[in-house]
Design a binder for this molecule. Structure first.
Ligand code: ZN
Ligand code: FE
Length: 239
């Protein structure tokens, strides 16, 4: 099993989440998407943790800007998709669809999800029922389609929907407030959306991430996951 600590980066501007993961048996740690070094270094020092890896979901600066500084500080090995090998700073380990990354006794399956970028990946820890979604899936919304096509994004969403429903997912930004507007626009009277937003509000008021939510909750509430076919998905993208 893995332990997960969210670390808010670029607070008040881009509201990125980096995550510190620790494999409980081996106590080996990794940082997912180090947006900037300062809050991560501070967190590692207070917890007395020296991370061994950085795991990047994609190449964007707000997910990789801390890479080289963490390499200098902790000599981390940096992991990303082989398609991003030329544009992830300091990359050491290149993975692709179907590969596994071993974090101590825990294992992450690499799921390739083109759309937001080409070369975006998810880290899926099946035994811990945990999924890190970067900028592909946020609470109640999805990432912008910058490098891929709507068709690729739709295919990527189907891959997420095929995972076990009890999986909890951890997105790359705190965008729940934007997502809430989209969910309410497409399904005003949904009881599930109401419950979802109650949890978000309670957590956010305490200064915590709105999530984590399960894929089951997301499939009931996220308008890009509830879209029944590609046509409806495109219509929602353009609304
Ligand atoms: Zn991005
Ligand atoms: Fe981002």
């Amino acid at each position: 099993m893995i332990k997960i600590f969210p670390i808010l980066c670029r607070a008040g501007t881009m509201d990125n989440y980096a995550y510190l993961l620790t494999d409980e048996k081996s106590q080996i740690s990794a940082i997912i998407d180090p947006s900037e070094v300062a809050p991560i270094q501070k967190f590692c020092e207070t917890q007395n943790i020296k991370p061994k890896y950085v795991l990047n979901t994609h190449h964007h600066f707000d997910h990789t800007d801390g890479n080289l500084a963490l390499k200098n500080l902790y000599n981390v090995q940096i992991v990303g998709h082989s398609k991003d090998a030329h544009r992830i700073p300091g990359i050491d380990i290149c993975l692709q669809e179907g590969d596994y990354f071993q974090l101590g006794e825990s294992q992450a399956q690499i799921i390739s999800v083109d759309g937001h970028t080409i070369g975006h990946i998810l880290y899926y820890f099946a035994n811990s029922q945990t999924l890190f979604t970067g900028d592909m899936l946020f609470n109640l919304c999805i990432g912008g389609i910058f490098e891929g096509t709507a068709e690729q994004m739709w295919q990527s969403i189907q891959k997420i929907k095929a995972l076990p429903e009890e999986t909890r997912f951890y997105p790359g930004h705190e965008y729940t407030r934007y997502g809430a507007n989209e969910a309410l626009y497409f399904s005003q009277n949904s009881e599930e959306v109401k419950k979802y937003l109650e949890q978000a509000q309670t957590h956010l008021q305490q200064g915590l991430p709105a999530g984590p939510y399960t894929l089951k909750e997301e499939k009931q509430c996220n308008p890009y996951l509830t879209a029944t076919d590609f046509k409806e998905f495109v219509h929602r993208l353009n609304s």
